[in-house]
Design a protein around this ligand. Structure first.
Ligand code: NAI
Ligand code: MG
Length: 326
């Protein structure tokens, strides 16, 4: 049966790279029944729509969501990020943000498991005396035992499936002592249930050094929402570039659809010029196929993506080259 996929191409290079991802998935022989949703910065500028609750409810009926990129420089910061991306992640409880990094030439092969519903992104905080010289802005970090435990459990379970079975927690427990304490205690408790997984801990600043100088040390990393956001851009930069960085926003319980998207944004500087690398979007679609239990097709797509590709070719030519290998 065809998988029902909601497609949000979005803005800039988003629709360009998503078209290639769909082309490749179909070339792998997977049957998709897609519906386009016109959402993103362009739609907001046209009629003020971000993500109405009715649209969110419509999305719940799909097996998965494939997103290109949303946001344009003309839209004020936060409107699309909070109103569309975070709203979707939170409402659909996509609590795992999984971001794999692979670069065979440097022997890099690790995954970042980023908590995706809490932390500083939860939206706790506000202004006092806004606009006055005494203005106060606070932005709290929300960490629940439930939220921390479920992401750590996911990371241990994932590490267990990998040959190295190694899991590193990244945080800043020496300064963020309340959140850090909850994370460390939870991590230690879950670790005791997984004696076969070797564990490590890095402060996030040290992790930045290791990402650049010794990324081979990592197998699976688990971290909070903000650290994971920042670290994974660095992860992309050290393992082939942002054009290869894929991600899944997942509800592993499958109560609601998961959403797959490249890590990069809408790249207004190269939009409409067929210069975007579609590999990140194609690899994101492969992650989608993993969740849809089309593992064999997903593995073939990943192999086709990592075969050497002429990245000076146009976006559709790169998509064609990957599709041809299938
Ligand atoms: P960006 O990721 O769009 O671009 C950063 C740089 O990387 C640019 O020089 C761009 O040309 C290049 N780049 C990005 N993707 C590429 C690809 N596939 N192939 C080749 N080069 C690529 O980040 P930026 O410029 O900070 O954001 C642009 C817009 O995208 C903003 O409105 C931002 O809010 C939005 N954005 C959306 C995201 C999402 O939809 N999840 C994530 C990040 C940014
Ligand atoms: Mg980011």
């Amino acid at each position: 049966m065809a998988h029902k996929i909601a497609v949000i191409g979005g803005d800039g290079i988003g629709p360009e790279v998503v078209a290639e991802a769909l082309k490749v998935v179909r070339a792998a022989g997977v049957d998709l029944d897609t519906t386009d949703f016109d959402l993103g910065g362009a739609r907001y500028l046209r009629d003020g729509t971000v993500l109405p609750d009715e649209t969110l409810d419509e999305l719940r009926a799909y097996d998965a969501i494939l997103l290109g990129a949303v946001g344009t420089p003309e839209v004020p910061p936060g409107v699309i990020e909070r109103g569309l991306l975070l709203k979707m992640r939170f409402a659909l409880d996509q609590y795992v943000n999984l971001r794999p990094f692979n670069l065979a030439e440097r022997n890099i092969d690790f995954l970042v498991v980023r908590e995706n519903t809490e932390g500083t992104y939860a939206g706790e905080g506000g202004f006092l005396r806004k606009g006055t010289p005494q203005e106060i802005a606070t932005q709290g970090s929300v960490n629940t035992r439930h939220g921390v435990e479920r992401i750590i459990r996911y990371a241990f379970d994932l590490a267990e499936t990998r040959p190295r079975k190694h899991l590193t927690m990244v945080h800043k427990t020496n300064v963020l002592t309340f959140a850090g304490d909850l994370w460390q205690r939870t991590f230690d408790e879950v670790a005791a249930e997984h004696p076969d997984v070797e564990t490590a801990y890095n402060h996030v600043d040290a992790a930045c050094i290791y990402f650049v100088q010794d990324p081979q040390r990592y197998d699976v990393i688990v971290t909070d929402n903000l650290f994971g956001d920042i670290l994974t851009d660095l992860g992309g930069a050290v393992s082939g570039g942002i054009g290869f960085a894929s991600s899944g926003n997942m509800d592993p319980t499958r109560h609601a659809p998961s959403m797959f998207e490249p890590v990069h944004g809408s790249a207004p500087d190269i939009a409409g010029q067929a210069k975007a690398n579609p590999i990140a979007a194609i690899l994101s679609a492969a992650m989608m196929l993993d969740l849809l239990e089309e593992r064999e097709a997903a593995d073939r797509i990943r192999k086709a993506c990592f075969a050497s590709t002429d990245l000076t070719a146009s976006t559709p030519e790169i998509g064609d080259a990957v599709a041809a290998r299938l």
